[in-house]
Design a protein around this ligand. Sequence first.
Ligand code: NAD
Length: 503
Amino acid sequence: MSILDQNIEKARNYMQPLVEAGVLNHIDGQTVPAHSGALMDTISPVDGTKLADVAKSDAADIDAAVAAAKAAFRGWSQTPGAERRNILIKVAEAIEARAEEIAFTECMDTGQALRFMSKAAIRGAANFRFFADQAPGAEDGEVSRTPTQMNTTSRRPVGPVGVITPWNTPFMLSTWKIAPALAAGCTVVHKPAEFSPMTAKLLVEIAESAGLPPGVLNVVNGLGETAGKRLTEHPDIKAIAFVGESRTGSMIMKQGAETLKRVHFELGGKNPVIIFDDADIDRAVDAAVFMIYSLNGERCTSSSRLLVQSSIYDEVCARVADAAKRIKVGHPLDPDTVVGPLIHPVHEEKVLSYFVKAKDQGATIAAGGEKVGDQGNFVAPTLFTNATNDMSIAQEEIFGPVLTAISFDTEDDALAMANDTQYGLAAYLWTNDLNRAIRMTDQLQAGMMWVNSENIRHLPSPFGGVKASGIGRDGGDWSFDFYMETVNVSFPRAEHRIPKLGG
Ligand code: NAD
């Protein structure tokens, strides 16, 4: 038996309970079907076959989950931070113990390659550990004194919150939101993406088996426009943490306006990797290739625009094209696979449409630009060259293993092009000129910039975008600021004069 066949067999065994029972909702510690009994399919990106039934929930299911989260809020928010910490550390340990099951299930549900997904569960556990450690001090504030008053600030959890996540790396992204919310003392209703719902059910089961009380984390599956919409409109949900497309973020803002919902958005990107001719070209090429072709390019921080100084443009493009052509496209559970199938035929159609647009707009397809095989959603790692920044392949988020290369002459050109997009999530800069790096990073419109580096996540640092890429920051204390309200209580330090009116 080949390693791939062994892995497929293992995945089948791991997924068996979810396949048999269906990916149902999880409300108040119970596995429950949708109120209406409706189901939808989650399908395999490898061959389009059905993986499992999924509860297709509507407003009634969200209402039930919110009621559970509301009822659990008092107990969980008043659980001492140190105790919440201990429970969340146990959740991290339980995730680690089931890391392979999570990774294999996620590969089958999303099409992401095992070589990257094998770390996703471990990163999810790391998120729980990191935020758990901050739970004991989360409510701490400051004391500031004037001659007459002593002001004390503290934070308290905002209430039950909604978490809405996308399909690209669902487990890791969910933990990124859910772990700080729980550490802060909030209770959660999670609405996972309809294309990849399986590991969200694993997470809630793992968390409860590790000691998380029922009702503290609830999962409701369903479509965005029904279940998701109701969550964003529910008056008892005090905040929505959303990761997904920019236009969905804008819909959520409208939907939440009536109840003055607090929102945190992590949205799309069209992130430039800018390579100057004084850079370490070997490292820059490796990083650019990694940041667009890992995770199927279905990654918000992917380096999807390659801006290269004209003197080295041909050389860099030739090297990237060569690497793209040698990347193995295959089954997500094959340990050699780098690029697996895209999540869904609908998304594949979107990605393929840009191959046509690229040709129509006059760009050159230097690598890929075609579907691979006739089954599943496989597309070849693609490089467009001779592109200009006004083309849709340079402006729109394709969210696949597709890179658009554009040349520039001067620093000003590079900066203007990098900033000429609606997005502003991440930027990658390659230069050995320190002064240039400072000038560029001072003016690049991006929430996160990496200089001479690929995307290395550091949990205490802020993560998030500017412009249409997001509102708010994750990581460090920024996460707690979102899930908590800051309140101030003022005490007199001396008897001060109170104006007497009407006397
Ligand atoms: P999407 O916006 O289509 O869906 C995301 C989630 O929103 C899903 O759960 C969906 O059901 C729900 N939803 C859809 N309409 C809704 C509505 N009206 N009300 C409430 N919920 C609704 O995004 P996607 O296609 O699943 O994911 C890909 C996108 O996510 C890309 O744009 C990518 O850049 C972005 N993303 C951003 C980050 C980041 O950190 N900035 C990380 C990962 C992905």
